[in-house]
Design a protein around this ligand. Structure first.
Ligand code: ZN
Length: 745
């Protein structure tokens, strides 16, 4: 049994209850926004509320019957029937016995039932508002409408995932989830097999199906109750790794061609060529108008033995004969040839190549922070991971990882280009990529000649400032630890008379390690504090790099949140719905409800709360954390509800997750996760360190909470339930308090 259109109901109802003044202290009952006329008062037990059963059932549209001899109150709606024997915890629902935590009671000749158990047995939600002393019961009207019940032939069935229409899935298994509504017992099958999980309280279900590769696979979801069956059909396609090209006529695929975009490469770089064509042929490529052909190899992986897949690759190292006297060659076209006997086909690749004889290619400087937006990242090439199909950065076929955020004003020597990305060196032989829109080209193209002349440490109340003065701005990368930072410096000379500063009390160690390896042009400045850091921030002041390292906040043990400024970021909003739930409820709605509750709770603890949104509207991901600086905030929390990747083992993995972005937030992520697990009836799944847009500000404690999985029936009972949303908010509040208390004296 179950409920839809819930969010709208919650919003209207909370509007009602907030303003209720209830001087007598008597408890009121409100159903879908209307107060009941209670002839018999609500009775309270220890942590339990009893409501008059007959009145509540009749308000919900049920017919009731009183069996005086056996002392059983029965209620029915359509073919749904519930029997409540007085004095017993065992009630009968459609002939099946269910045990409640508290018994049905009789006070003053009136039958009373424990409100939570009763209402939830009916598939409605109940919420106790202690401040206004109101019991709110929320029902989906259409569901409790007896006329609609009679019209319905089978149960209501909604399949939220997979969606209707043709969608491709990449994975051998796929989850199917949705919701049913029925007053009688309902069975749900997918392709004839019972679903793995079906929550009888909500009718929400989740199951996994295996899908074969390469063919359209039907998914038939069927819900059956005593009145009939409802069927919803979906289909899934797990495309073949690639369609083999025909053996005849000899063909080269028109799309699977690497490089897909122009490349600028220097001596020693690898040019990767890859194509798909007819299997079992001889493949080669040539550059420009040169006659020498370079042989390509047909891959054995993953389509089967050579001669079946038709994927041909070559990795060509740029050598001395490629680079001429001119600094950079003209763009050269690349041709691939496929030959079988007399037959030959030739195709030009979309990406051209230029060779660089001397570096740098360009000197670039990172633009102002507000201009960086969604591509303000520094990527590292994963040379080992190569893909023909995926949209790889720069169209060169290599996959990438984000390693850092770009810092305004930093200068880099570009040693080439891949599509729209500059290739830069930072340390070792690794190549990093920066999108060209994030940097401006400097006119002076001579190599960055910078020398480090001064290192200082300045201690102020809130922070330690490490400043590195050089003759030019230089490339750098900060790697963070729990109580330390490693500042990697690239291509930087050292003044002869450079000395390290005296260490203030809080600093344990400061060490400059120069990498003497032949190919390397880098050094690392390590700084270690005698306590955990709360954050750091790097910025340029002229040619001086200043890294502010923040100390943990001062916290009063009695009032840990007093005067703290906390940003709450309810995820998604407006056109961005986030994850879909089993009915018509989306992540954006539930996380907003949780965020608003959290705001009230934190405000009551003396904190000042700034919300990134208070209504259902779209807020740009990159604008959200800007409030951190705007309000000089002490803490940032982003609230989300999780979604599985479609091939994840969704029935097994569920529960709470916290995400963080910097090592100094790892402890926060662990405290939040374990506190929420203690506070809530949900398992702690994991903490996860990830580069996330809203967590890119390293200077204040920042965390993202995934409050359960939207599609998992156990989780979404808590997520969709108004009481559950309050519990999530309370659990997050406790986590924040525990984190701040970890710094208290
Ligand atoms: Zn989300």
């Amino acid at each position: 049994m179950k409920k839809i259109a819930l969010v709208i109901l919650i919003l209207t109802i909370t509007g009602f209850v907030v303003f209720i003044y209830n001087p007598s202290g008597e408890i009121e009952v409100n159903i879908d926004g209307e107060y009941l006329d209670l002839e018999d008062p609500v009775k309270t037990g220890e942590d339990i509320l009893f409501v008059p059963a007959k009145l509540i059932f009749e308000e919900l549209g049920f017919q009731t019957e009183w069996d005086a001899e056996n002392k059983i109150l029965s209620a029915s709606l359509g073919d749904f029937r519930i029997d409540l024997p007085v004095g017993s915890q065992k009630v009968t629902v459609n002939g099946k016995i269910i045990k409640w935590d508290n018994p049905v009671e009789m006070f003053d000749d009136i039958v009373y039932m424990p409100v939570s158990a009763a209402v939830e047995t009916l598939g409605a939600f109940v919420e106790w508002d202690e401040s206004s002393r109101v019991i709110n019961i929320l029902t989906p009207q259409e569901y409790f409408d007896p006329e609609k019940q009679n019209d319905q032939e089978g149960p209501v069935l909604k399949v939220a995932y997979p969606p209707a229409g043709r969608v491709n899935y990449y994975g051998h298994s796929l989850f199917v989830f949705g919701t049913t509504q029925s007053f009688s017992e309902v069975h749900v099958t997918v392709n004839g097999e019972p679903v793995d999980i079906l929550d009888s309280r909500t009718g929400n279900f989740l199951t996994m199906v295996d899908i074969p590769r390469g063919e359209e696979f039907p998914i038939i979801v069927k819900a059956t109750d005593s009145k009939g069956a409802t069927t919803v059909e979906r289909s899934a396609l797990y495309p073949a790794a690639w369609q083999p090209m025909p053996l005849e006529p000899l063909t080269i695929h028109s799309a699977y061609l690497i490089p897909a975009e122009d490349q600028v490469l220097k001596l020693g770089d690898i040019l990767r060529i890859a194509i798909q064509g007819s299997p079992g042929a001889e493949a080669s490529f040539s550059i420009g108008d040169r006659n020498n052909r370079v042989k390509m190899t047909e891959l054995a992986y993953p389509a089967g033995p050579p001669g079946e897949g038709g994927i041909y690759t070559a990795a060509y190292r740029i050598n001395g004969s490629d680079v001429s006297d001119s600094v950079i060659s003209e763009p050269m076209r690349i041709f691939v040839s496929l030959r079988k006997g007399e037959e030959e086909v030739v195709r030009e690749l979309p990406g051209r190549v230029r060779f660089l004889s001397a570096t740098p290619y360009k000197i670039v400087e990172v633009k102002e922070e507000h201009e960086l937006k969604n591509r303000g990242w520094l990527y590292v090439l994963r040379d080992s991971a190569f893909q023909l199909h995926a949209g790889t950065l720069g169209g060169a076929g290599y996959l990438t990882n984000v390693v850092s955020y770009l810092v305004e004003g930093t200068r880099y020597e570009a040693v080439g280009m891949s599509g729209n990305y500059y290739r830069v060196n930072l340390y070792g032989d690794q190549i990093f990529l920066i999108h060209k829109d994030n940097v401006r080209e400097l006119e002076d193209k001579s190599a960055l000649e910078s020398s480090l002349s001064d290192i200082r440490l300045l201690k102020t109340g809130k922070k330690i400032s490490l400043s590195l003065k050089a003759t030019e701005r230089f490339p750098f990368l900060v790697e963070d630890g729990i109580n330390k930072l490693a500042v990697k410096l690239y291509g930087l000379g050292i003044d002869e008379d450079l000395t390290l500063p005296a260490l203030p009390e809080i600093v344990n160690d400061l060490k400059l390690e120069v990498n003497t390896a032949e190919s390397s042009d880098s050094m690392v400045l390590n700084i270690e504090l005698d306590q955990n850091i709360a954050g750091f921030k790097s910025k340029w002041n002229g040619t001086k790099l200043v890294i502010d390292i923040y100390k943990p906040p001062t916290v009063s043990i009695n009032d840990p949140l007093k005067d703290k400024i906390i940003i709450i970021d309810p995820g998604h909003g407006g056109k961005d719905s986030g994850a879909i739930g089993p009915g018509d409820i989306h992540e954006k709605d539930v996380v907003l409800a949780m965020g608003l509750h959290l705001k009230d709770l934190l405000t009551a603890e003396g904190a000042t709360v700034i919300m990134t949104r208070t209504e259902d509207k779209f807020v740009n991901l990159y604008d959200r954390p800007e409030r951190i600086d705007l309000y000089n905030a002490d803490f940032f929390i982003s609230i989300h509800a999780n979604a599985h990747a479609h091939d994840a083992p969704a029935t097994e993995i569920h529960g709470l997750m916290t995400l963080y972005n910097f090592a100094h937030n790892e402890e926060l992520a662990e405290i939040m996760l374990s506190t929420m697990e203690e506070e809530m009836d949900l398992p702690a799944f994991r903490t996860w360190r990830r580069n996330i847009a809203v967590l890119r500000h390293p200077h204040i404690p920042s965390i993202l909470v995934e409050a359960g999985y939207m599609m998992h029936p156990e989780d979404n009972w808590h997520i969709l339930h108004p009481r559950g949303q309050k519990e999530f908010a309370k659990a997050m509040k406790e986590g924040i308090i525990k984190y701040f208390l970890s710094f208290a004296e």
